[in-house]
Design a protein around this ligand. Structure first.
Ligand SMILES: Nc1ncnc2c1ncn2[C@@H]1O[C@H](COP(=O)(O)OP(=O)(O)O)[C@@H](O)[C@H]1O
Ligand SMILES: [Mg+2]
Length: 330
């Protein structure tokens, strides 16, 4: 089949507020092709998890979804639970920050994976067992056959996350969404899990949405990057290109605030001053205006910036950049 796996246009997810809907995901457009990766980066509270959950139809019940969201050209908005079931965990699987939440502490690893296999396809116990061993192997668990009898508590954090990834692979998905899947792990384990996801994308042809607040990890994963602030995409493009030439004041602030492997300069870390806006307070202006050192008077407070090309496939939503280009950047 042709066409992208996922397409969103003006996707908005809003919670009810006293003065009307409060968008937490605000006008997100994206296209994800088969086998490609998309990194979504932004500070805590920027709407990353809510966006991922909406792609799986597991957003909170109070959240109102509007705009367009399609899987292989078919709208995902307003699907019934019965329509979601084959997609969720079948075509689209998610790996969460906390593997213990994804695993049942009372069941063996083998049992959980075999149940997941059989939830999506008719097969014998022996076939489900063979598939469980296969996905544990794909997820890089040593001696996968012996792991079938393990309980989650018997495994290290990194191994548990590998089991969660095996579980995600069990029904043969086409897209894996990893929401801060490495955030709670030691740095060395983090790199192993990121490498595993990269390898699975390459070897199984999976599409990957990788959510992180860590731009070094974003660079490792590669592919497209979407930097999101207060629910709004502010800069998109090929990851390494954006990180080499960040053109939105927020992206630049993020890079300066993070201890980064790429920074060879002995520059001190500079946190972005101020705080992300409270839900529903951004209104029509540029979302970053209250923390931005280069606001355009009379424009940023009033009008949401449209996209400006910064290079091939590299776009920035910033009034200052639209007016002054790189010369105007902080
Ligand atoms: N059930 C809910 N009710 C109201 N607001 C919510 C709910 N869930 C999330 N939010 C709000 O949505 C915004 C985005 O949250 P989230 O997607 O978890 O951010 P991130 O994953 O980027 O840290 C936050 O402002 C959060 O307070
Ligand atoms: Mg989150």
């Amino acid at each position: 089949m042709s066409g992208p796996l996922v397409r969103a246009e003006g996707l908005t997810v809003a919670f009810p507020g006293r003065d009307g809907p409060r968008p937490a995901v605000d006008g997100v457009s994206l296209v994800l092709e088969r086998g490609q990766s998309l990194v979504i980066a932004g500070e805590s509270g920027s709407g990353k998890s809510l966006l991922c959950r909406t792609l799986l139809g597991i957003q909170p019940e109070t959240a109102a979804v509007s705009g367009r969201l399609e899987w292989k050209g078919r709208s995902l908005i307003g699907l019934t639970e019965a329509e979601w079931r084959p997609l969720r965990g079948g075509s689209i699987a998610m790996v969460f920050q906390d593997p213990t939440a994804a695993l049942n502490p009372l069941l063996t690893v083998g049992r959980q994976i075999m149940d997941a296999v059989r939830a999506h396809r008719r097969c014998s116990g022996a076939e489900a067992r063979a598939r469980a061993i296969e996905v544990l192997g794909l997820a890089g668990l040593p001696e996968p056959e012996r792991r079938l009898a393990s309980y989650p508590f018997e495994l290290s954090g990194g191994m548990r996350q590998r089991v969660a990834i095996a579980l995600a692979l069990s029904a043969g998905p086409e897209l894996i969404i990893a929401d801060e899947a490495t955030t709670n792990l030691d740095v060395s384990i983090q790199a192993q899990i990121v490498n595993l996801l990269i390898r699975l994308r390459r070897e199984l042809g999976l599409a990957l949405i990788f959510v992180t607040h860590d731009l070094d990890l974003a660079a490792e994963v590669g592919g497209e990057l979407m930097v999101i602030y207060a629910g709004q995409p502010v800069e998109t493009g090929e990851v390494r290109q954006v990180l080499a030439d960040p053109c939105h004041p927020y992206t630049r602030g993020l890079l300066r605030s993070a201890p980064t492997l790429r920074s060879t300069r002995a520059e001190p870390l500079r946190p972005i001053p101020g705080q992300a806006p409270r839900l529903g307070t951004v209104g029509a202006g540029a979302p970053f205006r209250d923390r931005c050192s280069v606001v355009v008077e009379g424009l940023c407070a009033l009008r949401r910036p449209g996209w400006t090309e910064a290079g091939p496939g590299h776009r920035v939503a910033c009034h200052r950049f639209a007016r002054d280009g790189r010369a105007g950047l902080p």
